[in-house]
Each structure stands twice: as C-alpha cells, then as structure tokens.
Design a binder for this molecule. Sequence first.
Ligand SMILES: *Cc1c(COP(=O)(O)O)cnc(C)c1O
Length: 342
Amino acid sequence: MLRKVIDLRSDTVTRPSAGMLQAMLQAQVGDDVWGDDPSVLKLQTVLAEHCDKQAGLFFPSGTQSNLAALMAHCERGDEYIVGQLAHTYKYEGGGAAVLGSIVPQPIENAADGSLPIEKIAAVIKPHGPGLGAHFARTRLLALENTFNGQSLSLTYLREATTFAHSRGLATHLDGARVCNAAIAEGVSLAEICKGFDSISICFSKGLGAPVGSVLVGAQQFIDRAYRWRKVLGGGMRQSGVLAAACLYALEHHFERLEQDHANADRLAQGLKKIDFLQVSAHYTNMVFVKVLQEHCGPLEAALGTQGILAQIQPMTRLVTHLDVSTQEIDRVIAAIKQFFKA
Ligand SMILES: *Cc1c(COP(=O)(O)O)cnc(C)c1O
C-alpha cells in the first residue's frame, strides 16, 4: 500500500474530500457573469450573513480579492497604510501599486502582527490645499488576521479600527485565515469583522476548498469591487462548482479547525523535547522552529524519504490542516527524533 504523503508546507495543499467532491458534482450552476449562478449567490449571501455585512463577492483567489478591495476603497494617488510584512504589501507582487495606482505606506509590524496605533497616527498625511497638496491622500488602513498564525486581540482590532475611522480612513482586513482566528478567540466571524469595512476570506487555506475567496462589505463597496473584479479578469462563468466546495467547507471544515490547532500544539510539544531544535512559537495551525543551518538540507531530505514534506529552513514553518491527522503528527515527531538520533 502506498503511504500517504504528510505535507506540512502549508494549509493550501489540501485536496477536496469525497464529500466536497460530491457537493461539487451536485452543484446547481449558471453563468455568474450574468448573475445567474445560484451556488455563487448563496455563498455570497451566507458569508455576508456570517460576517454581518450587507453583501459578498466570490473571487478566484485571495490576492485578487484583496486587490479589488484596495481598488474599491482607494482611487489613483490614494495611499493605504499596511504592515511591512503584510501579505497584500509583500507577497502580492505589489499589485496595489502596479495595477491600482495606490501608494502603499508600509509601517513595521509589532511582534504580534499588529500595527501600533501611534505608528499609524504618525503616517496619516494632511489632505487639502496648501501643505496637503504635497501628499498622496491617506485613505485606508489594512490589517491581517491571523498574521503568521497569530490571532490579533479583539481589543486591538476595536482600537485600531475605531482610530482609523476617527481619522476618516476606511478599514480592510486581509482575513485569509480569519476563520482560524475566530476559532482561536472562541468568537463568531461577525465579532472579528465588526470594525472593518471590508474583509477578504480564503477558502483554499484551512477550510480545505480547492479554490476561492469571498470579499464582504457594504453593498455600495461590493458594487465597486464587482466592477474591479471584472477588470482584473475575475469574472467566472459556472463557478458554482467552486462555490459549492466553499459552502461545503464552511459547513464541515470550520469548527474542525480546532483540531488543526490542537495538532499544531501537539507537534510543538513533541518537538520541544528534541535537542538541536528550538520551537520558537506556535499559534493556531502554525509551528515555528529554529533549525541549525547545517541540519536543514539533511533533515528535509530525510523527512522526504519518509513521505513527509516540509520546507526546512533556519526558521521553519510547519502548518497543520485537515489532511494531517493526529497520528500523522506523531509520525512526524518520531521521524524528526530518529533523524537527530542517527
Ligand atoms: C494566502 C493568503 C492570501 C491570498 O492568497 P491566494 O493564494 O491569492 O489565495 C492573502 N493573505 C494572506 C495572509 C494569505 O495567507
């Protein structure tokens, strides 16, 4: 019998389960560019309800959902405040600037992933004639949750969004993994989304769908994002096949994220007992491990021969997800132990 590969590189690697494939097969579909796809319409409505917003919009990727959101909030020559390490700034090819003519104003993330309010305050530029004419117009604050697996506190989210609104800024949350945050905090999505004018949520991460993100916000905002989605090439036709996978994921794979968090904790506890390694942190479904440079290549190769995929680096990130069971976590711990014994 072929042994299943244990892939800890990311939570994006999950394959659709039998139940999910069945839901996709049975999906009612139509042409979503014509607004005719009942499964897409349902997903958008259900997500908006979950997040307590007026409307939702289905996208092929989180990158496109974030970009359309930034473009719906900001006009050409506007500026958005974002973390130096944020996905929208660092890992999306500079799309806001390249395609949106939006000026990023990055500021340093605090260790917990938050953007300190005083640092946000310090970069907001004056508007209007005179001095204000010199600057790009500061329009938006973009936060990310979870950030490298860390769930931002509700208190911080309230403070930051209230402050941004008091200074006339809109607020966007890159909530690629906001469902992990909701489970970690023990609150509803709506509770986390409260202070945000828009939230982008990925279904292709821990929720285990093959493709898809949903952007939620007020109807007028979604109307603007809808136009940008078409411009960016994200209008899809019988995408109900994909929306059905996302609806299935929401129903069957949301609460169980708790299991991924428990598995990450188990992995961290197991690895802490191994000399030569240093578990530097673990949050929600991610474990961060320091590995000596000389061990990186050999350890990655040794795990590879046992069907365990991981990118071993001086700061290694291991990610748990629905295709990794608790028994498989124990196998990973045993394999790493064995490597260092040899
Ligand atoms: C994955 C991810 C995205 C979106 O990525 P896509 O691969 O385009 O779906 C956005 N933000 C964060 C924090 C992510 O992890």
